[in-house]
Design a protein around this ligand. Sequence first.
Ligand code: NAP
Length: 250
Amino acid sequence: MGALAGRTALVTGASRGIGRGIAERLGRDGARVGVHYGRNEAAAKETVAAIEAAGGSAFAIGVELGLPGDAEALWEEFDRHADGVDVLVNNAGIGTSSALGQIDEEEYDRVFAVNVKAPHFIVKRGLGRLRDGGRVINISSGLARTAAMPDLMAYSMTKGALDVFTRDLSKVLGPRGITVNSVAPGIIDTDNTAELLHGTEGGWAQAAALSALGRVGETADVADVVAFLASDGGRWVTGSWVDATGGSLT
Ligand code: NAP
């Protein structure tokens, strides 16, 4: 029996990257996994197939986040497949590519809508579905605390806001035995970082050098931390910011 046997998980942005890694890991631990995606249904189906191939159970739900009514639409879809959720992972997120001098209001509003407003309202609308004793895990970033990359300031600000949400939500949900934590990755090899890692000369080596462990992170490096927090072993950790940057202190 896996650590999460009999539990239901929902991972936003699980079609690709870190979210896929988390979904596959929670599936291996025995959870039935809701694999949320925005536009890439084929990739979400691949995640579901991978979970099933490993002996697990999963379903895909597609809802674009960052638009009015997104949280309601997500839970409506979810309700077609499950009657409650034990582990909610707010992972879906986007980056910004413009520094302070270049960013316009549209890009700023979009990154906050997807990275901050959507998780906030997914939790608000999901309070009745979230089971007592459950888990909320928000995927933050090392850029919120341990490393400053001012060219990505607006993105980093969204993760700072998400971390405050984590801290205060832990007080709101604590009486129900629900833990709430942020997990903060450093640079992980995903589509999101493809340009940085593969599109620039020396990008991979520079990213690897940021970590005390001297390599670029893999999605499993983050998924394993999330799996711990989701498990019974993580029951006494709440309101916390868990560094999963491989020691990327700059
Ligand atoms: P990714 O490879 O670009 O994947 C993003 C995932 O989120 C996809 O499943 C995508 O769905 C979904 N998504 C994005 N925007 C969405 C929207 N508007 N509505 C619905 N779904 C949306 O990203 P990643 O690198 O795995 O990052 C995952 C999380 O980790 C993000 O919160 C990111 O900020 C954080 N993070 C990443 C790194 C890193 O180095 N990669 C470091 C620190 C923190 P579709 O496939 O349908 O597009």
